[in-house]
Design a binder for this molecule. Structure first.
Ligand code: HEC
Length: 128
């Protein structure tokens, strides 16, 4: 009986040690995990599943903006044409405010893009 108890005790100890070392390995793994890369304004504007601005707009001065879109005005000279970032923000947040019949998706109002993402896109637009 005593031998059996000792055996149970030993295997419990062994199991505990294994679990402890496993959790230690996992903890190290989490600590070393690369954080998700944060997409830049350009990536957001170009991506199909986020902004997808290039579905309708072209960006003639950005050689990486590959699109044949001509539904909407091209992104050109943005800083001069939109000196107010607020105005640009409103257009992207909900274009219906200025053009009720617009086909441009209300990116902010419909939670397609977050406020931070829209601000990043604006920074990108200012480079065009
Ligand atoms: C489905 C087509 C479509 C998509 C996608 C789209 N837009 Fe537009 N956008 C338009 C149209 C059409 C206009 C013309 C004015 C209006 O209808 O509001 C416009 C106008 C604009 C304007 C004003 C341009 C000017 O020169 O007056 C800005 C800035 C703009 N869009 C930014 C964006 C951004 C940034 C994105 C991506 C996050 C985007 N748009 C995605 C259709 C689109």
């Amino acid at each position: 009986m005593e031998r059996k108890l000792r055996q149970v005790y030993r295997s419990t100890l062994c199991l505990t040690a294994t679990l402890l070392s496993l959790s230690f390995v996992l903890a190290i793994d989490f600590a070393n995990a690369e954080p998700e890369p944060v997409p830049s304004g350009r990536e957001l504007a170009h991506s199909y599943d986020h902004g997808n601005c290039l579905a309708c707009h072209s960006a003639p001065t950005d050689k990486n903006a590959i699109t044949l879109a001509n539904i909407a005005p091209p992104f050109m000279d943005m800083k001069r044409r939109f000196p107010s970032k607020d105005k640009l923000f409103k257009q992207i947040w909900d274009a219906r405010d200025t053009h009720p019949e617009t086909i441009m998706p209300p990116f902010g109002a419909h939670s397609i893009l977050s406020e931070t993402e829209i601000r990043k896109i604006i920074d990108y637009l200012y480079t065009l």
